[in-house]
Design a protein around this ligand. Sequence first.
Ligand code: F6R
Ligand code: MG
Ligand code: MG
Length: 366
Amino acid sequence: MKITLSVIKADIGSIGGHICPSQQLLQRVGNHIEQTAGDLIIDHCLNFTGDDIAILMTHTHGPGHDEIHKLAWDAFLAGTETAREQGLYGAGQDLLKESFSGNVKGMGPAVAELEFEERPNEPFLFFAADKTDPGAYNLPIYLAFADPMNTPGLILAPGMSRGFRFVVMDVSHTEEDRIIELNTPEDLYDLAALLRDPERYVIESVWSRDSGEQAVAASTSRLHNIAGKYTGKDDPVMLVRVQKSFPATGEILAPYAIGHFVAGGMRGSHQMPLMPVGLDSGISYFDGPPVVSCAAFAMHKGRLTEAVDAFAHPFWNRIRDRVADKAVEMRRQGFVGAAMLPMSELEYTGIMEKLDALQPRFTVHE
Ligand code: F6R
Ligand code: MG
Ligand code: MG
């Protein structure tokens, strides 16, 4: 049976600045889906990560389907009403366009969609990150799908022997989707050369070269490229099918033990380590640190099991402690050098005005 997984997420308002959505807001979004979806979808699941609400839906209509996208858009619009009524901060923040035009891509919300012939048992993972941008997944995906040091399946599992095909998007090209396809292992160095710049080159999807099936779909939107001004970080979502001809769940999760530095944190303008956190957790320190959650599911004919919290295991407590130490260490150097993003990536324009105003005051030594 061909099933589509669609996850659409948006920040439509939160409590206490950008910490997390209110219970009432979540309920409103959930009620909208339950009351209006009818038989358009098979199943759905709602959760939040930081200030972002994600709607995961299963259905049979394929990716980019207008009614599915409209269902999520309308749920976020309804939620925005509640956010306004409650005086939540940033109500409707990610809904950048006035009216719906067939697909939420380019309208603010982040989208990741996967369509596949359902396996007899279909395990998959749903990742959501807050206070960072789509490039945050580059390193974990590279390690999980291309590096045998992380993924022994690349040398042990017959179903992975031919490697994977990576589709990478140049997100600085805003006129249309500019992509490149690279095959690992043979294109490994070329892939690395692109992925070293996660603000520009972002993994969009990964495909098995053995079965031809899609393993990964990740959101690639850069809000500042859509809006042309600061609108918050892009807080990416990602779907990953696991096991058999795909890496095992543990191989996909392992790279998050690094707590690698990503763009984001306070004012979307810093380098901060990515902390794996439980489902439905907010943010705190320095409007961060950037966080990533992971919900694990099984599925049968599009019906979802309950979500299992992949980062709730005690192992990750130790990792969180280490990431907190890294975050504090980086913050000790404030605005200087590596702690803050380069000019091109700063989410606020105030500094440009400051620097422009200073130019006439420069003089040249005689
Ligand atoms: C980062 C983020 C926050 C805000 C910060 C200031 O993605 O959303 O760090 O940038 O709290 O917010 P404003 O400018 O709304 O006061
Ligand atoms: Mg926000
Ligand atoms: Mg957010």
